[in-house]
Design a binder for this molecule. Structure first.
Ligand SMILES: Nc1ncnc2c1ncn2[C@@H]1O[C@H](COP(=O)(O)OP(=O)(O)OP(=O)(O)O)[C@@H](O)[C@H]1O
Ligand SMILES: [Mg+2]
Length: 671
């Protein structure tokens, strides 16, 4: 659970931190393993070297030891030739001989020197001439000498024997055990015997007859010559931090009887005992011991070997040891250097990694930033990474993608605009179409009604008019009814005109089409009205396409249309202006278009759809039939009439006449 949580947390870290952490984990793991293995190898190497050295040192110590033994043997052997000894043994006279014997003992630094007779009974003791007569033939060395053999060996000498040789020797040999934590249990608490290097040699006369035995030796207990000599020869007095590097000890059994290992008080640590471990290995099992060991108060790299009596019995040990500290310090120094180097290496690698990680992740950051900007709509943003690796490729693709996105976006926006425009156009078209339909439907029904009314009142009107004229003809001048009759005739004529207009609007008067040139009809219409226009300060400009084809139409009716439009234009330009009349072929070349563009007051929006209604007028004297009639005529021809106007700017009326006359459909549209 926890590991999964940690893993997730690790997963969410920024790439750079993840890289550094992973690398750190790898090098830490590798570093620790290497360090441990290195330490182990280092330790083994240093300590196996140290152990080899201590083994070698022990061999050297043995040489010193044996040398000493041999020298004692030689001294004893050579001394058997002394005349006074021969004489003593031959004559039994010991007077003044003890002194001489003791001189030899002193000269050769021996602790004991004793002469026995040929049966092994003591004749003369160098230090204690008063003690004699005891039997030494039981001593293994003396026994060999009695067999005419010079023998030398290490030997345990009992307190009783020591007392015989000299009480001071017994004192020297006596040790009360100093309690030692690691030592093996022992029932006794002291040692009273001594350990000696002892030699015995036969004393013979010229004929080779055995006269007796000379034996002597050196007591090891509290005699430090040998151990110090070992130290001097093997370690040459080397010191480490004021401590002797090398130490040597002679053990009697497990007891230190001669040593240069010092205790806490700086005194030789005699009276202490060896550890149980060494005791078991060396004393009990007779094995060599080479290992580190805690000796008295320091760790040493040590070597122990058993010391044996002449019959092979293990009686003690010879030890050499080197302070472990210099090696430990050496190892620590090496490991320290190694660790510092490793630390520097890690530091360097991490710096390098931080740099590499930054190098890799910085462009990613730039890209994330870019993505952000692009997401916020800045499609002009580009990633500026100039490299050829995967990140560079990614940046390239990214930029291309952004460009494509931008293009697509622009396309969409443009398309949106076009669509909007089209929708607007369509809506407008629909609106227009709807308006046109309403208008044409309205006009159609109006037309029907107008036609009905006109038809109904046309005949009565004609009758009235005829009757009025007949009455007028019969009326004498000066008749008071004359004026009224004239008024009746005139008004009836006006009504007839209106009815005619309505019938025209309802297309009830048949057309009489002939081939005609539209431009001619325009010219004619202008001619009739030009004067009237110029009086009103109106300029008529012609822009006629003279190449227009002739078409079938009722010239008179069409002239009426054009005249109506010109008059209306002139009416709209009260203070003068310009009327531009254009004729042209339509874009699809299937119709002729005639435009009447004035610079008049224009038509308000709300009036546009009423223009073609019969009787719609804004003029006081107008009938409102002009445009209605024109509409009817144009529609009868199969054309259309439209208007576009802007208040204050002017108005354009357009008449569209198809080249081929078609059936009547719509006749009015907005342009
Ligand atoms: N060119 C124009 N500029 C401004 N308004 C116009 C123009 N043509 C027509 N009109 C408006 O349309 C109305 C209807 O015109 P229409 O020709 O049908 O009747 P009228 O001119 O008023 O009367 P009539 O033509 O019977 O003498 C006019 O009263 C006028 O308000
Ligand atoms: Mg008019």
């Amino acid at each position: 659970m926890l590991t999964r949580k940690l893993f997730h947390r690790f997963h969410d870290l920024p790439i750079r931190r993840k890289m550094i952490l992973s690398f750190l984990a790898v090098i830490s793991f590798g570093g620790i393993i290497t360090l441990l293995i290195g330490m182990r190898i280092e330790h083994r190497t240093i300590f196996s070297l140290a152990q080899a050295k201590v083994r070698h040192d022990l061999a050297s110590a043995w040489m010193v030891y044996n040398e000493k033994l041999i020298s004692i043997r030689d001294i004893i052997h050579l001394s058997t030739d002394r005349e006074f000894i021969l004489d003593t043994l031959r004559t039994g006279n010991t007077a003044d001989r003890a002194k001489k014997l003791d001189d030899i003992r002193r000269e050769f630094d021996l602790d004991i020197l004793t002469v026995t007779d040929a049966r092994g009974r003591v004749v003369l003791r160098a230090r204690r001439p008063d003690v004699s007569g005891d039997d030494q033939s039981g001593d293994p060395l003396v026994r060999r000498a009695l067999l005419k053999e010079t023998a030398a060996a290490t030997q345990i000498v009992s307190r009783a024997e020591l007392l015989k040789e000299g009480p001071d020797l017994a004192d020297r040999a006596y040790f009360t055990f100093i309690p030692t934590a690691m030592a093996a249990e022992r029932s006794e608490d002291h040692e009273e015997n001594g350990m000696m290097l002892k030699a015995a040699s036969p004393v013979e006369d010229e004929s080779g007859t055995l006269l007796g035995v000379l034996y002597g030796g050196v007591l090891f207990n509290r005699n430090y010559n040998l151990v110090d000599r070992v130290k001097d020869i093997v370690y040459k007095g080397e010191k480490y931090k004021d401590k002797d590097i090398g130490t040597a000890t002679i053990f009697q059994s497990d007891l230190r009887i001669s040593t240069n290992v010092l205790n806490d008080q700086g005194r030789r640590a005699v009276g202490t005992r060896v550890s149980r471990e060494v005791n078991d290995a060396v004393l009990r099992n007779g094995r060599h011991w080479v290992d580190r060991a805690f000796v008295v108060n320091e760790w040493y790299i040590t070597a122990y070997e058993p010391i044996k009596e002449i019959d092979g019995r293990i009686v003690g040990m010879l030890y050499v040891g080197m302070l472990e500290k210099p090696y430990i310090d050496l190892r620590n120094r090496v490991m320290g250097t190694f660790a510092v180097l490793a630390g520097l290496c890690i530091f360097f690698l991490l710096t390098l990694l931080a740099f590499i990680a930054a190098n890799i992740t910085r462009p990613l950051g730039v890209m994330v930033e870019a993505t952000d900007k692009i997401a916020k709509g800045d499609l002009d943003h580009r990633v500026d990474i100039d490299r050829r690796d995967e990140i560079g490729q990614l940046a390239g693709s990214f930029n291309r993608m952004t460009e494509d996105l931008k293009r697509a976006n622009e396309g969409l926006t443009q398309w949106g605009r076009v669509l909007e425009k089209r929708v607007e156009e369509r809506a407008r078209e629909l609106q227009t179409m709807q308006a046109v339909m309403i208008q044409s439907e309205k006009l159609a029904s109006l037309g029907k009604m107008a036609a009905g009314v006109a038809h109904e009142i046309n005949n009565p009107l004609t009758s009235i008019l005829i009757q009025a004229h007949l009455l007028l003809e019969t009326c004498e001048p000066g008749n008071p009814s004359l004026e009224n009759l004239t008024l009746i005739a005139d008004e009836t004529s006006r009504c007839a005109e209106i009815v005619k207009g309505l019938l025209e609007f309802a297309r009830m008067t048949p057309a009489q089409p002939t081939k005609a040139d539209v431009n001619d009809i325009i010219e004619r219409s202008i001619q009739l009205l030009e004067k009237q226009a110029s009086v009103r300060n109106i300029k008529i400009v012609k822009a006629l396409d003279l190449s227009l084809p002739s078409i079938d139409l009722d010239k008179n009716k069409m002239q009426q249309v054009f005249s109506n439009l010109i008059i209306n234009a002139c009416d709209a330009m009260a203070g003068g202006g310009t009327l531009t009349i254009t004729s042209r072929l339509g874009l699809d070349r299937r119709q002729i278009e005639i435009l009447f563009a004035d610079t008049g007051m224009g038509i308000p929006e709300e009036n546009i759809h009423k223009l073609f209604d019969p009787f719609f007028t804004t003029k006081s004297a107008g009938t409102g039939l002009g445009l209605a009639v024109s509409y009817g005529i144009v529609q009868q021809r199969g054309g259309k009439i439209g208007v576009r106007s802007e208040v204050g700017q002017g108005t354009v009326f357009i008449v569209i006449l198809p080249l081929d006359q078609q059936s009547e459909e719509t006749s009015q549209e907005e342009v």
